[in-house]
Ligand binder design. Sequence first.
Ligand code: PBG
Length: 325
Amino acid sequence: MTFPIHRMRRLRQNEAIRRMVRETVLTVDDFIYPLFIIYGEGRKQPVKSMPGVYQLSKDMLKDEIDELVSLGIKSVLLFGIPEYKDSSGTSGYQDNGVVQEAVKYIKDLYPEMYVITDVCLCEYTDHGHCGILDEKGRIDNDATLEFLFMEALSHVRAGCDMVAPSDMMDGRIGYIRKRLDEEGYENIPIMSYAAKFCSAFYGPFREAAESAPKFGDRKTYQMDPANGREALREVFLDIEEGADIVMVKPALAYLDVIKAVKENFGMPTAAYNVSGEYAMIKAAAFNGWLDEERVMMEVMTSIKRAGADLIITYAAKDMARILQY
Ligand code: PBG
C-alpha cells in the first residue's frame, strides 16, 4: 500500500501543480495594518525597534493611507498616543482625541478604508495599566468598564467601522455591546482581543504606543502563556457576550490556540502578529541572517493555516508587495 505505489513527490514536480494543490493561499484581504497616531502636527517619528513603522500625526496620514490604498490594503487598526495622560485615561474618550480625529480624517478622505480602533486605557493612563486603579493600586475591573465604553462610543461617533477592546477586563464585551446598542449602534461589530496572553513579544509596541506600565505588570488581566484550555473559556465568554470576531494574540507562539479556537467555535478568527514577532524578522533580515520575504511568507502562511481568517500585522505592506508578483 505504500511506496512505490504512493509517491508524494509526484505532485511537487513543478510550480503549476504545486500551486494547484496548495492548501493555504494568502491574499491582501487577509491583512489589517496597525497605525500609531500621535498628537501634534507634521510628526513622523520612526519606532526604533520596528523598522518601517512610524508614529504619525493626523496631518501626516495622507501619504501613508495613499500607499495602503495603492497596495490594496483595505483595513487599518488605530492606536493613539495622546498629549496628556491621567489616572483614568480621560484623553482616550474625548471627541477631539487623537484617534477620534484620525478616524474622522481617514473616513472623510477614504470612505472605503475599513477603520478599526483599539479600545484600551494603557495608552491614556499615566500609570500605563489597561484599567483604572482602586485606592490600593489594584486594577478595578468593574469600574473600568464604563471608561472602555466611553472610549468605544467616542470612536464610533467619530465614524469608525469596528471597535476592538484589548484591555482584558472581565465582562467588557457584554458591557460595551449592551451600551452601544442602547446608543443605537447595534450594527457596529466588536472584534475582541479574546485570548490575549501576557507576552514579552509586546516589547516594541510599548515603545511605539508609549504604553508600558509604570509599575508591576499585566499578569492580573492578561493570560498566562501556559494556558491553552483557559484560552477557550476566554473566547467562549466573549462570544457569549456578543463578540463578532475573536482574536488570539500573539500569533506565532500561540498557533495551537488559534487552531483550537477555530475548530471549537468556527467564528471569524483574527490573529495578531505582534510587534516582537515583526521585530525579530526585521532584525535577522537586517543582519543578513534570514531571507526576509520567504520567512515572512512562511510565518503568515502558518498563521492562516492554523485557522486565522484575518492577520493584524506590521508587515501588511511588505506582504502586499510580496503577493503582487
Ligand atoms: C494595548 C495593546 C497592546 C498591544 C496591542 N494593544 C500592548 C499591551 O498589552 O501591552 C500589543 C501589540 C503588539 O505588540 O504589536 N493593551
